[in-house]
Design a protein around this ligand. Sequence first.
Ligand code: TIU
Length: 222
Amino acid sequence: MAAIKAKPFAFPAKTDELALIVIDMQRDFAEPGGFGASLGNDVSRITKIVPDVKRLIEGFRGAGLPVIHTMECHKPDLSDLPPAKRDRGNPVLRIGDEGPMGRILISGEPGTAILSELAPVDGEIVIEKPGKGAFYATELGDVLKERGIKQLVFAGVTTEVCVQTTMREANDRGYECLLAEEATESYFPEFKAAAIAMIRAQGGIVGWTARIDDILEGIARV
Ligand code: TIU
């Protein structure tokens, strides 16, 4: 075991139980013309964290630890898209509509792909998920059990939506969860700050948070 410097206290990292999960670093959330922009968001906030996410991914790869990627997306026939999700609000383009990067948030479309700088390499697990949480209607729970993974370091977007939802799902399933502070972002800086604060409040009610340097230093010792 190697303790990673974290808040609200050190994270007890275990050699053979730890993986990185990178949530939804997709073009649809980071580039103009995608899903995030269709909702009226400034997507440039997301691209700014790409070098930090890359540094974290490369640290895990270098330490021989698993890297898991998720993608929020739906089947081309929309059979896994609840009308309540598609019809919400007044976006410029809805999920499934044709946009400048192909159909919005549809599996296999160019805009749904993970950003090329952060693309999975051979052997890494990629989970396609129809919800905000990565455990809902996916194979993620089975994949983690098969590999004996019980601790998850989180990166990705957006902090208070898909990252926090997945952390909460994982926490309820008994996983120890650590959020990498500079490797996550929101369209709303105040929501990122609030999510980080609420995750680690009350003695780590949802989990831990830590700086990337401290995570990388810790995993070099696990
Ligand atoms: N809109 C927003 O903040 N996020 C999402 O819709 N999905 C994810 O967070 N991946």
